[in-house]
Write a protein that binds this ligand. Structure first.
Ligand SMILES: Nc1nc2c(c(=O)[nH]1)N[C@H]1C(S)=C(S)[C@@H](COP(=O)(O)OP(=O)(O)OC[C@H]3O[C@@H](n4cnc5c(=O)[nH]c(N)nc54)[C@H](O)[C@@H]3O)O[C@H]1N2
Ligand SMILES: Nc1nc2c(c(=O)[nH]1)N[C@H]1C(S)=C(S)[C@@H](COP(=O)(O)OP(=O)(O)OC[C@H]3O[C@@H](n4cnc5c(=O)[nH]c(N)nc54)[C@H](O)[C@@H]3O)O[C@H]1N2
Ligand SMILES: [Mo]
Length: 781
């Protein structure tokens, strides 16, 4: 990782011609490794990434081949490891040097770059500095504040997806014993729609495929995902699929380099010969939010071909035996397909009928097909319907519960799926609550708690007063930043359990605590010796993770130990002896075994190399839906993708904006200011726009502008000083980085049924700086 800029960096935009991976990736790994200040130690650490007896990569949730034990880290995994395993520290001396107001003036990049948080700190309003506090005093303060609340529902227990299973289990047990289901989590902003949609369609909210399925698929669809940056280890199976003659079909408005060509940085011959290989066989570029229409168009072709086949007596297109035995609702679905006009499909998807026909043909000719997706699908108003349309297509051809086929929502944070399995869920399944009640003999709260958007609203309204964050960066990751900041400032107490300094530590309630914790790479020593934690990847594989490095300071504590400290200070030994549990994490795992399905013999099974498979009912063709069958869901297309709130009073957006990740960031953590594959260097406040849009709107390439978003709730939303970049993106569809554009995402704009902020569909206006029109527009926005 490069040094934080002292002056304005040389920013520039220049198309990148290399493949994904390759020499560019190697150079970048070397830079992040040398820049960690811990180079010697970290090389050993890197080689322990994702190995048996090593630690789980704190990067993404992609799984590993269970059959190979070669090097298993990628460029961005290496960045994540080096970023965590730095020797720079943010300690009492650091906080004495800078007041909180001074720190607020710094960029997000600068804040995290300062190093690891090494001792507990308490905000002192009189001096506007963080001052050291002892662990016991910190726990006592939290316990006191929690006990003072009028109801337990005035507390919000946020979780980010790096928390281990052990930490997450304790955290939810504590929250529920305290009396609330207020567990907003990063998943609410991420794959929530996948869980909701798949739960309704096939009875499980997780993906049905495993790593091995990729080697058996005849077609792999990759929708709304940029694996070259966010899941680089996925590129290898994609490339292999292309090499063995399978189809890899991408849907993405942007031409993402990782989905075009890949050179494996860990294969010397390939590197020396500078060879690369394609990672797709077809690439379609829909409009933002246009996938539902495109998928419906594919279904329309399948139906037409099915009818043709019936007439001509040729091979069926649908898997009738599967449909008959396993599904319900086909007729209603076929009616909806028939009722959807091509004009709407083409208009909304932005794809031609011929393109959609080609995609449908590739799907039809695959005996076994996998559909993968990520944020380009889940962060929209109609995400649940879109994912259910994916499920419909899979059901039509029996592509569930057979090798080489299935649904693959590619998860984000390395243990976000595990956290949900452990019960981090504001709408917990009754079976989980029953199991907790039975094991611990206390009555659990049954009412649904707050998700992320509801938590922000509750804090804004003064109805929630204590915020505890188990990891993450709530202030920056959430939508509508000024309002989220106000929400946090409204609290009596904000507590952040974190590895690194971020804006959430500076956006605080009347009282505030920073509790520094160990990360994945750190050795976690408890009374019974060094501890492993466990995590679950996107393929439902659970495995152990052993930290490798001596923590920077003896004052840092593990996440389970911190949760236990808070719980004991609040509830004493009710319903368990928290401190005793933390002496040996096997004790926590025994409780997990007793309450969560799939964890029988948990401690013993962990010894299996590569971990163990949790199982997935839908992959066994067991449908845990109300009817006991997989459901075809039938929903007409929306009439207009632009919501009424963004188009009232004759307002029309100039552009639809998606907010996405650069190659040099992990969510709100910025490793650097470059976005190599998209050719951007040294800047983040940019908007990628089609050249014809620039012309239509009367702007120059490179012009600096302000952006406002349209939402009819009386709130003005604006970001300043963004550089327009002419870029190969579909007409009308722009892109800019998250979190810089989060102030534009309206709190009230979220997915139907998922409550996920619509981060990939923001209606915006582009404002000439200093022009009269700005005031007019803002007045109406
Ligand atoms: N290095 C690194 N790894 C990460 C992360 C990181 O920040 N950095 N974050 C982690 C997390 S938490 C997550 S959730 C994942 C995120 O992984 P991704 O989902 O790949 O992340 P985004 O950058 O949001 O990319 C969204 C992609 O969807 C496309 N897209 C946007 N809107 C649409 C649409 O309407 N239709 C279609 N078809 N495509 C669309 C965009 O052009 C872009 O290519 O990655 C995880 N891994
Ligand atoms: N506009 C827009 N907004 C988005 C998205 C988008 O695409 N566009 N994506 C959404 C998605 S998919 C997600 S998942 C969320 C992410 O939301 P979060 O998970 O809340 O955010 P992160 O940026 O991953 O959190 C980074 C911080 O986590 C802390 N941390 C890192 N490792 C550890 C650890 O091991 N333990 C603990 N306790 N703390 C740790 C560090 O202090 C670091 O500063 O953002 C969402 N927000
Ligand atoms: Mo995510």
């Amino acid at each position: 990782m490069s040094r934080p800029p002292r002056s304005q960096p040389a920013s520039r935009y220049q198309p990148y011609h290399g493949p994904a991976g390759g020499w560019g990736a190697l150079r970048s790994v070397a830079q992040s490794w040398l820049g960690s200040g811990n180079a010697l130690k970290n090389i050993r650490t890197l080689l322990k990434t994702n190995q048996n007896g090593g630690f789980d990569c704190p990067g993404c949730a992609w799984g590993d081949s269970p059959h190979d034990d070669t090097v298993k880290f990628c460029e961005n995994g290496a960045k994540a490891v080096n970023w965590e395993a730095t020797k720079r520290r943010v300690d009492a001396e650091f906080f004495a040097r800078y007041s909180v107001s001074q720190l607020r003036e710094q960029s997000d990049y600068w804040l995290e770059y300062q190093g690891r948080l090494t001792q507990p700190m308490r905000y002192d309003a009189d001096t506007d500095h963080y001052l050291p506090i002892g662990w016991d005093a910190a726990f006592a303060l939290i316990g006191e504040q929690l006990k003072r609340l009028e109801t337990p529902h005035q507390a919000e227990f946020y979780t980010s997806g790096r928390a281990s299973n052990e930490a997450a289990f304790l955290y939810q047990l504590f929250g529920r014993a305290f009396g609330t289901n207020n567990f907003p989590d990063c998943s609410n902003m991420c794959h929530e729609a996948s869980g909701v949609a798949l739960g309704g369609s096939i009875g499980v909210g997780k993906g049905t495929v495993t790593f091995d399925d990729f080697a058996h698929a005849d077609a792999i669809f990759v929708l709304g995902q940029n694996p070259g940056t966010n899941h680089p280890r996925m590129l290898e199976p994609l490339r292999e699929a292309v090499q063995r003659g399978a189809q890899v079909v991408c849907f993405n408005p942007l031409k993402e380099r990782g989905l075009e060509r890949f050179q494996h940085p860990q294969k010397p011959l390939e590197m020396l010969g500078n060879q690369d290989a394609p990672t797709n066989t077809a690439y379609f570029r829909p409009n933002l939010g246009g996938d539902l229409a495109a998928l419906r168009g594919m279904a329309k072709f399948l139906l037409q071909w099915e009818r043709d086949a019936q007439q001509q007596g040729t091979d069926a297109v649908f898997d009738h035996a599967f449909i008959e035995e396993h599904t319900q609702g086909l007729d209603d679905y076929l009616n909806v397909i028939d009722a959807t006009p091509w004009s709407l499909i083409e208009g909304q998807s932005g794809l031609s009928c011929a393109d959609i026909e080609q995609a449908a043909r590739m799907y039809r000719h695959a005996e076994r097909a996998i559909v993968c997706w990520a944020m380009g699908i889940t962060q929209h108003r109609h995400s649940v319907a879109t994912i259910q349309e994916i499920a419909n297509l899979l059901l039509l051809r029996g592509n569930l519960g057979k090798p080489g086929a299935g649904a693959c929502p590619v998860r984000g944070h390395s243990n976000v799926q595990g956290d949900r399995t452990m019960g981090i869920n504001e709408r917990p399944p009754a079976a989980l609550l029953d199991a907790i009640e039975q094991r611990f003999s206390f009555s659990v709260p049954r009412a649904h708690g707050h998700n992320t958007v509801e938590a922000i609203n509750a804090m804004l309204a003064g109805q929630a007063k204590v915020f505890i964050g188990l990891g993450g960066n709530f202030a920056q990751a959430t939508p509508d930043s000024p309002r989220t900041h106000e929400a946090l400032r409204n609290c009596e107490l904000t507590v952040q359990i974190s590895t690194k300094l971020n804006r959430s530590h500076l956006t605080i309630g009347k009282q505030a605590l920073i509790l520094p914790c160990l990360g994945r790479t750190d050795i976690d020593l408890q009374a019974s010796g060094p501890q492993a934690v466990t995590v679950e990847d996107s393929f439902s594989m659970v495995h152990a993770s052993w930290g490798q490095l001596t923590p920077l300071s003896p004052q840092m504590r593990s996440e389970p130990a911190i949760v236990a400290g808070i719980a004991a200070a609040t509830l004493g030994k009710h319903p368990v002896d928290w401190h005793w549990l933390v002496e040996d994490y096997a004790r926590i795992r025994e409780l997990i075994e007793a309450t969560i399905p799939g964890f029988a013999d948990f401690n013993a099974k962990l010894k299996q190399p590569g971990g163990f498979y949790l199982g997935n009912a839908a992959a066994r063709r067991t449908w845990n839906t109300a009817s006991g069958l997989a459901q075809f869901k039938h929903r007409p297309l929306p009439l207009d993708l632009v919501p009424a709130e963004a188009s009232r009073d004759g307002q029309t957006p100039d552009l639809i904006l998606q907010t996405l990740r650069s190659h040099d960031q992990y969510n709100t953590t910025l490793y650097g200011l470059n976005d190599r594959y998209r050719g951007v260097k040294g800047m983040r406040e940019v908007v990628f726009v089609n050249p014809s849009d620039l012309q239509r709107l009367g702007f120059e390439n490179g012009e600096v502008v302000d952006l406002i978003s349209l939402w009819d709730d009386g709130v003005k939303r604006k970001v300043r000083g963004f550089t327009l970049l002419a870029y190969d993106t579909p007409v009308g569809q722009a892109a800019a980085y998250y979190p810089e554009t989060n102030p534009l995402v309206p709190l009230g704009s979220f997915g139907d049924g998922s409550h996920t902020p619509t981060s990939k569909f923001v209606a915006i206006k582009v404002i000439k700086i200093g022009k009269q029109t700005e005031r007019d527009l803002l007045a109406r926005a």
